[in-house]
Design a protein around this ligand. Structure first.
Ligand SMILES: Nc1ncnc2c1ncn2[C@@H]1O[C@H](COP(=O)(O)OP(=O)(O)OP(=O)(O)O)[C@@H](O)[C@H]1O
Ligand SMILES: [Mg+2]
Length: 912
């Protein structure tokens, strides 16, 4: 019988389907194949004049992380060399010698009839197989590679995407036991040919499903550095080729002295890299980071640049040039990229020739100018010509001029100018705040992919591993195809990992999920780098964080009670959640906490609009109007009506008085609240500036710059966290007040890290204001208790609409605790009464770990992670009535405050 290869084994389109590579196998002899057939199995008739024998060539040199690419002979050679060095447990590629293959006939495994055979519980075997539907056709057309799992008397057949394609039970144990390499068997209506044995480890890691994923064809930086190609370019600068003679190598010396003290030298390419990328035989030259930059770089930034360099040069994962730099906010991702760009545009390892001619930086609109400024800050205006796109500088200008080498553009503008941008060949693409590419269906991702630039870097301060699907999209963007198809990824990684984390997961499921998570982390860890705030803490001034529980005003309490008694709230509590009335109720309560006049405005707006949206909303607001005084004028709102506003005013007054040169960033999630805060600034004569969603993008950087300037007279920066928080540097302010709380801890963390970052000179004071006993406390508790459970789903796009509440949770949300000083403290199981300092242990003694979905191995200390309940308990805490408040700011606001939590980070850096 002629044997046609399974689709994946056909040459021609290797990309079409990932090929399964058995980890190891030997050549079975034809006899072996036949003699090992069990005599009592039913033979399937094999017709054909020419018996063929499957010959498998073991090539121990072909292994690796190389997924099928437009594989050329060149690439295979490259792999060979690579694997020799890096594949310790080399898998081998089975190559089929089709014209000469002979094969034994398939055996039908018989189903055991009785229960006479004991099923051993632990015996599990895994095989790589090819399969096709059972038929008596002469020419077998194998339909695919698969993995056969034989457990006791049952088996499962999985395709290479991890999907079950066959199952069977109660087979004869003896026969299943006999299955081995080279056998052809009939199981579950499928004909299966055993290609090799898979080790349990290769199965549980998922490696067996995909060609070489996770195999160690990786050059670590040190390896890359050590194993530089020596021959034929032994002497680094010896001109040898025609191009040398033609004078193409004048610049073949390193641009900067690699031996100078403190020089930062990039890894040298190893011989495989040279084989692939240095066809013309240029001499290998050290790539050295400009000493001018190195002088400023922090240690983690030096490492980061090295990492980025190795990734985009394809030195970490063969043939892949993508990277994700996911350093926490404020760690200087911009500077690391600028150093990379500057280096690649001037230098290269082969003959010193620059690797990249043009770079495209795509960033949120509000940061285009920040990039310009950072280039200017680190490289001045002469070294590199950058072109930030704004109203006055259109893309055409860039495309027409050979003068500029870096295009900085917003995501929105990129979409509008895609056609022009496509005409430029960019060698490097950097996507700032790139977590927005987490959805591969969105236009922006498609647009960026269409630019077909291979060297892609995503920058994000948001952890990328929390949502496994989004994680896939980001990985697939930077290194397309590295995790296989989405359906493969789901079956092999996502599903087992998610299942293993469910409380109902069996031990086996847990183990498998863990292994797959480790495997995924190992693979992606090659090109994802995340460092936490700790690495720069020592360069930062102290941070004093306060959670301030403000007593609600009388009107607030009265309105709150009314709201909770409304029909809408009662409906919610009866579980009648159609039309999401709970969201309307939550919105109303949050407004009320900020200031009753906001609620009043909503009521009036609804009254004026001819149609009330729904019965629920009507019933919610109806009874409230009567609570407001008849002549209530929201424009003339009284500051006493809001507990938080009173605290805010006292806080501003004491900051102004005690630290007249320091400035305040005042953050709210709502524009209407910012309007009130702005009005308050006016009333009290505080100078202010404001940035919210309405602020034209072109003006944003200017507003930020002028606030940060020491000559600025603005005392307050009013910031809408959702509109403009991401990526901004507001180091001009050293006091940050979060006026309201968001469901999503990431929004608050984003805002907080605007001021406590590199460049900040003053101790930073952060105040989070919460109204005691109200929904704000509940949201805070939810933020922190969720961390205890499942790890942070820290994602800026998640809003309350995405949160599902049980009726129990709603009951809790819709309760007002009038008699408590601090419900959050009550929940902590803390024995103190708040009349003296609580434990007072600094949080730094209790490293915070982030439980990301990719497993415990990657838990790291992380000061930017939201707190957990148990950590909060370690904060200093005391009630407003506490006698000896040593903090002069808290002392001044205590009258309206029922409880404080305080934590000081970096207390010691003042003397460093
Ligand atoms: N080595 C350094 N020395 C001094 N200042 C630095 C250094 N590196 C970065 N900075 C400054 O730190 C600030 C934060 O850097 P940057 O904006 O690049 O952070 P980021 O990692 O992009 O954070 P985010 O995730 O918030 O965007 C900037 O003002 C930058 O100029
Ligand atoms: Mg940034």
């Amino acid at each position: 019988m002629r044997r046609s290869a399974a689709p994946s084994q056909l040459q021609g389109n290797p990309l079409k389907k990932l090929k399964f590579v058995p980890p190891a196998r030997s050549n079975p002899s034809p006899d072996e194949g036949i003699t090992k057939m069990s005599p009592d199995v039913k033979l399937i008739e094999v017709v054909g004049s020419q018996n063929t024998f499957l010959q498998v060539k073991s090539n121990p040199r072909i292994c690796s992380l190389n997924l099928p690419t437009e594989g050329s002979a060149r690439e295979i050679n490259h792999e060979c060399n690579y694997s020799e060095k890096h594949c310790s447990e080399a898998s081998v590629t089975a190559t089929l010698d089709l014209p000469h293959t002979v094969h034994p006939a398939p055996k039908e495994i018989t189903v055991s009839k009785g229960q006479e055979e004991e099923e051993p519980d632990s015996l599990v075997k895994y095989f790589s197989v090819v399969w096709c539907k059972a038929s008596k056709k002469k020419h077998k057309k194998w339909e695919g590679d698969a993995v056969l799992i034989v457990k006791g008397k049952s088996f499962t057949l999985k395709d290479l995407e991890g999907k079950d394609i066959g199952r069977g039970m109660a087979y004869k144990l003896k026969e299943l036991e006999k299955i081995e390499e080279g056998h052809r068997v009939m199981i579950g209506g499928k004909e299966v040919e055993i290609m090799g044995i898979i080790s349990p480890d290769d199965f549980s890691s998922g490696r067996c499903f995909q060609l070489g994923i996770g195999s160690p064809a990786i050059s670590s930086s040190s390896q890359a550095a050590k194993k530089c190609f020596s021959n034929p370019f032994k002497s680094v600068c010896k001109p040898s080729s025609k191009e040398n003679r033609l004078g193409g190598f004048q610049d073949c010396k390193p641009r900067h002295d690699p031996h100078a003290p403190n020089s930062l030298v990039m890894s040298r390419p190893d011989n495989n890299h040279q084989w692939t990328f240095n066809k013309k035989g240029f001499p290998v030259v050290d790539v050295v980071i400009d000493p001018h930059l190195v002088y400023h770089l922090r240690p983690h930034q030096k490492e980061g640049i090295m990492f980025l360099y190795e990734c985009v040069m394809g030195m970490r994962v063969n043939g892949r040039c993508g990277a994700i730099l996911a350093d926490e906010m404020g760690l200087g991702k911009t500077l690391q990229c600028i150093s990379l760009i500057w280096t690649l545009q001037c230098q290269g390892p082969y003959g010193g020739k620059p690797v990249v001619k043009k770079t495209l930086i795509v960033t949120p609109g509000s940061l285009v100018n920040n990039w310009r400024k950072e280039f200017q800050k680190w490289l001045g205006s002469e070294r590199i010509k950058i072109f930030p796109v704004d109203q006055d500088h259109k893309v055409e200008e860039f495309t027409r001029s050979p003068f500029y080498s870096v295009l900085i553009i917003s995501y929105e503008m990129l979409l509008r100018s895609l056609d022009q941008i496509k005409n430029v060949k960019f060698g490097l693409l950097i996507c700032d705040e790139g977590h927005r590419l987490k959805n591969s269906a969105i236009k922006t991702t498609a647009a960026l992919i269409s630019l077909s630039c291979e060297k892609r870097v995503i920058l994000t301060g948001t952890p990328v591993q929390n949502d496994l699907q989004e994680f896939f999209a980001l990985i697939d963007f930077v290194n397309p195809g590295i995790l296989g198809s989405l359906s493969f990824y789901r079956k092999v990684y996502e599903e087992p990992i998610i299942i293993s984390r469910q409380p109902s997961a069996s031990e086996e499921e847990k183990k498998l999920g863990e292994k797959r998570a480790v495997e995924l982390t190992c693979l992606t860890g090659l090109f994802i780098l995340r460092r936490t705030q700790e690495v720069i803490n020592k360069y930062l001034p102290p941070k004093i964080e306060n959670v301030v529980f403000c007593r609600p005003g009388a009107l607030q309490i009265e309105l709150y009670r009314k709201l909770l008694n409304s029909q809408a709230v009662r409906f919610c509590l009866q579980g009648l959640l159609g039309n999401s009335p709970h969201l309307i109720c939550i919105g109303a309560l949050k407004k009320l906490c900020n200031h009753p006049c906001l609620l009043f405005n909503s009521i009036k707006e609804k009254e004026c609009s001819s149609t009330w949206d729904g019965k629920e909303e009507k019933s919610l607001y109806e009874a409230l109007v009567d609570v407001f005084p008849a002549d209530y004028n929201p424009l003339m709102f009284s500051e006493e009506e809001s507990g938080k506003l009173q605290v805010l005013l006292k806080l501003l007054a004491v900051i102004h008085e005690l630290r007249p040169t320091e400035k305040v960033v005042l953050v709210s999630n709502y524009t209407q609240t910012l309007d009130i805060l702005q009005e308050v600034c006016k009333r009290h004569g505080y100078t202010y500036t404001r940035l919210d969603g309405q602020t034209p993008v072109s003006q944003r950087q200017q507003i930020v710059d002028s606030f940060n300037s020491k000559y600025s007279s603005d005392f307050i920066f009013l910031l809408s966290s959702k509109a403009g928080g991401v990526g901004l540097n507001l180091i001009g302010g050293s006091h940050l007040i979060l006026y309201d709380i968001d469901w999503n801890p990431a929004t608050d963390i984003q805002a907080m890290s605007r001021v406590w970052r590199d460049g900040q000179k003053n101790p930073v004071h952060i105040y989070r204001l919460l109204t005691t006993g109200t929904i704000e406390e509940k949201i805070y508790q939810r933020q922190i208790s969720k961390q205890d459970l499942s790890g942070a789903v820290v994602d800026l796009t998640r809003t309350s609409e995405h949160i599902q509440f049980s009726v129990e949770e709603l009951k809790n949300l819709f309760t007002l605790h009038e008699s408590s000083h601090c419900v959050t403290h009550d929940l902590l199981d803390c024995e103190c009464t708040g009349d003296q300092d609580g434990t007072g242990d600094s949080l730094e003694k209790f490293p915070v770990s982030r439980n990301c979905q990719l497993g415990a191995h990657h838990q790291k200390c992380n000061s930017l992670k939201p707190l957990s309940m148990s950590q909060l308990k370690q904060w200093k805490h005391f009630s407003g009535d506490h006698l000896n408040l040593t903090d002069p700011f808290l002392e001044r606001i205590r009258e309206n405050v029922s409880f404080f939590f305080q934590n000081i980070t970096n207390q010691s850096t003042a003397i460093i």
